[in-house]
Design a protein around this ligand. Structure first.
Ligand code: GDG
Length: 483
């Protein structure tokens, strides 16, 4: 392990979580295991060969872990007490910001003690970054859990180049304005040189909120603000550039994985276990109320009820990955989905003819790739989603040009994957028609759609995303020169 460093890292990533999970072995010992995910892959590619550090929570309350090195990257754990996990993470991040930023699908809860905890933890992140960053270093902060960090960090270290990326939507000011601490959040973000968003509407919503709530001015995509009032930024007007930088996936590795003989064999095995239906419909989501699982099940239930589809010829395989299980809205959602699936199967399944196969588990990447291969139609029906990587992973897995994608208009992905079967999940009649259209599409035109979507995701992969983001951050507040 390298000696404790202070201010030597030229590139620093800050995210709620470190890119590793603690796993406990049978003998009680524990070790760190890389957590899977696109962000980790993307950051890995840009961090390699640089002196780089990652600041984040290790995932267990109260755990004081010393900084350690992994694959040439310094991991700098942030300690959260059990109270802070409740206040900053489950409370303010997941029960206040998450629903507020996803169009108040469930009512956000505004609690002053959670806000105090959020401020405290954001300060701790800023102090940790200030400690590890080298003079003039580039700092890339991720997501809604860390919105105060840009300004807090700038107050400690004005020499740094600071960027923030929003993985989730940014709501219209009519909703954002509900937040009792709305001005403090905007001021926090304006500490950055560059703010990246998934969709142009998210960037526009942010700019409008700054204008209405802070009185900033903007020209093109640059916001100008004299932030002296909070004492954090100094008397000079600051300029922050905002832009749309939609995230993506590691196309090549997903494509390669899906082509392996093991995955192909497993895909055939999955179809055989389902009784080799004519049509396998698939849903894979975190069990989250933003993902539109209930609307999807409603449409499917009606399609079975109408006799438009029937088991065993058609079956839905719904994977719902366990998520935020301590938050009550997620517990409610689980009971509702359990109930809906039970009712559909009670009404529409037969012996050896299951209408909905519902699995509340998470699976390794290989199994995900096999599920994608086994599916004729993937149903991605969120009510609101920053991007939705599952849609892009499906496209990357279909090297055979097969499969069809039903995709909600309310995802960031819909802006790029215009050849998908786009739907409005609130319109159940429309959703039913779209599902049937995807099932009935002629193979030749389905293939054309899939190949067009593959070209898009291949050329706009996660590596292109990271490069694009970093060149924008480097040039901000100017636009980067396009090569
Ligand atoms: C947020 C934004 C934005 C899911 N189940 C399993 C599994 N997954 C993987 C998927 C995918 C990822 O988790 C989920 O990404 P999504 O984009 O679909 O959704 P969120 O978790 O809500 O992510 C979202 C994203 O950030 C990135 O900016 O796109 O809009 O909400 O990669 O494959 N992976 C494995 N087993 C599972 O069971 N291995």
């Amino acid at each position: 392990m390298a000696s404790e460093a202070r201010g030597t890292f030229d590139f620093v990533v800050a995210a709620n979580r470190l890119p590793v999970d603690r796993v406990t072995e049978a003998d009680g010992t524990s070790r760190w295991q890389a957590s899977p995910g696109g962000l980790v892959t993307a950051m890995d590619a840009v961090m390699q060969g640089q002196s780089a550090a990652w600041v984040g929570w290790a995932g267990d309350p109260g755990e004081d872990v010393a900084p350690f090195d992994r694959d040439g990257i310094r991991l700098h754990p942030i300690v959260l007490t059990a109270d802070e996990v409740r206040g900053y993470y489950e409370g303010f991040s997941n029960e206040t910001l998450w629903p507020l930023y996803h169009d108040v699908i469930v009512p956000p809860r505004y609690r002053r003690s959670w806000w105090a905890s959020y401020q405290r933890v954001n300060t701790r992140f800023a102090e940790a970054i200030a400690k590890v960053a080298a003079p003039g270093a580039t700092v890339w902060i991720h997501d809604y859990q860390l919105q105060l960090v840009p300004a807090l960090l700038r107050a400690l270290r004005s020499d740094l180049r600071i960027g923030w990326f929003n993985h989730i939507p940014f709501p219209p000011v009519e909703l954002f304005g509900q937040l009792p601490w709305r001005r403090a959040v905007l001021r926090g973000l304006l500490g950055a040189d560059f703010l990246g968003f998934q969709r142009s509407n998210d960037a526009a919503n942010f700019t409008r909120a700054c204008h209405q709530l802070l009185g900033t001015s903007s020209s093109g995509d640059t916001i100008t603000w004299s932030g002296a009032e909070d004492g954090l930024i100094g008397a000079e007007p600051r300029r922050t550039r905002t832009a749309t930088v939609p995230i993506s996936i590691d196309f090549r590795s997903m494509d390669e994985l899906a082509r392996t003989p093991e995955v192909r064999r497993r895909a055939r095995e999955i179809r055989a276990s389902l009784g080799n239906p004519q049509t396998v419909l698939l849903g894979i989501d975190r069990l989250d109320y933003t993902k539109g699982i209930r609307h999807r099940l409603r449409a499917i239930s009606e399609l079975f009820g109408d006799g438009a589809i029937a088991a065993p010829e058609v079956t839905l395989l719904q994977i719902a990955t366990p998520s935020r299980e301590r938050v009550s809205a997620y517990q409610d959602l689980r009971s509702q989905v359990d109930g809906q699936v039970g009712r559909i199967n009670g009404d529409h399944s037969g012996i050896g003819a299951t209408a909905v196969h519902y699995l509340h588990h998470s699976y390794p990447k290989e199994e995900m790739a096999a599920l994608f291969q086994a599916a004729d139609v993937l149903l991605v029906t969120p009510l609101r989603d920053g991007m939705n990587l599952v849609a892009k992973e499906y496209v990357a897995s279909r090297w055979d040009g097969g499969g069809a994608l039903v995709l909600s208009e309310f995802t960031g992905a819909a802006q790029e994957l215009s050849q998908a079967f786009l739907c409005n999940p609130h319109d159940i009649a429309g959703l039913k028609e779209t599902i049937l259209a995807a099932m009935r599409e002629e193979p030749a035109s389905a293939r054309k759609r899939m190949l067009a979507m593959r070209r898009r995701v291949r050329s706009h992969d996660v590596h292109a995303w990271a490069q694009h983001y970093l060149s924008a951050l480097e040039a901000a507040p100017q636009k980067p020169i396009r090569r």
